[in-house]
Design a protein around this ligand. Structure first.
Ligand code: URA
Length: 292
């Protein structure tokens, strides 16, 4: 039937006709600048993959250490009694970390000396107010093995060197057990400044310091990284998992896919010596990566 005729019939019968209407959009006043930018095509944003995605819990870890392969008597650090009153305390409890990155461009091309100078002058976060000095890192700048801890404690803040307190002494013994003197490896921290009261680093503090550590890793180009403790492991792997979940397998770090092994922090081992056997396995796993 002709449409006009159909409408006339319906009108005559008093039947309302439903018609599809276009939505009426409110008029918005825009400035000429906004109108011009709206006309521009959207620029694609480059996505940089910083490191492996946080590991998903899996029943089949990549490379699990089944047992210690070391046949000799256990090293002394493994069997020693805990030291009381450890000044620097590391708790291995899990916590959620926000992800936050800072631009790396400011230090991306710096050599060792310029980087060290840059860090010594850093006032990017509030920690500069309470530090005695920055703690850059120490050891062999061409080391195969890079040890990354959490942050300077009171002794490190005084001496300007990482891991010089009681935890550092245990770390030295642990390294010796796999055949390394302290000066054969490189030792650095997530933070370059001491958090007051040895509290956990804040997310934004770690984010400000991250480019410094990334540049150190680039310069060293280690064959393997040993992340000691929760704060180190969680920051490097961008994970909220506890050390107990992150240890016992080989992670890959950064664009260089550097093998990374997680172990307990020596300060934690001083308080919980029953975990030393697991740490010994982790050390041997790290060592095996260097021998490949
Ligand atoms: N604990 C760390 O993680 N780093 C240090 O330098 C000292 C104690």
């Amino acid at each position: 039937m002709d449409d006009q005729l159909r409408r006339a019939y319906l009108d005559a019968m008093g039947i309302t006709q439903w018609v599809v209407r276009q939505p009426v959009l409110p008029e918005i006043e825009v400035t000429p600048a906004v109108a011009a930018s709206a006309a521009q095509p959207v620029k694609p944003v480059p996505i940089v993959v910083k490191s492996d995605a946080p590991p998903q819990p899996t029943s089949e870890p990549q490379q699990r250490v089944e047992s210690a392969t070391h046949e000799e008597a256990p090293p002394s650090w493994l069997t020693e009694a805990p030291l009381p009153d450890e000044e620097w305390y590391s708790s291995e409890a899990s916590h959620d970390d926000e992800e936050q990155y800072t631009p790396r461009s400011m230090v991306a091309d710096l050599g060792w000396d310029a980087l060290q100078q840059h860090i010594a002058n850093c006032k990017a976060c509030e920690l500069y107010r309470t530090r005695t000095q920055t703690v850059f890192g120490v050891g062999n700048r061409q080391a195969d093995l890079l040890i990354i801890g959490e942050a300077p404690g009171v002794d490190e803040d005084r001496q300007g060197e990482p891991f010089v307190g009681k935890a550092g002494k245990l770390l030295n013994a642990m390294l010796k057990a796999i055949g390394f003197e302290r000066d054969q490896v490189y030792i650095a921290n997530i933070l370059k400044c001491r958090p007051p009261g040895n509290r956990d680093p804040h997310v934004e503090e770690a984010a400000h310091c991250e480019p410094f550590l990334m540049r150190q890793i680039e310069l060293i180009a280690p064959k393997a990284i040993l992340a000691v403790g929760r704060v180190s492991a969680q920051n490097l792997l961008k994970s909220a998992d506890a050390v107990g979940r992150l240890r016992g397998r080989v992670h890959r770090f950064g664009t260089g896919n550097i093998p990374l092994v997680v172990t307990y922090h020596p300060a934690y081992l001083l308080r919980s010596p029953e975990q030393k056997a697991k740490s010994w396995q982790d050390l041997q796993q790290a060592l095996s990566l260097l021998q490949k």
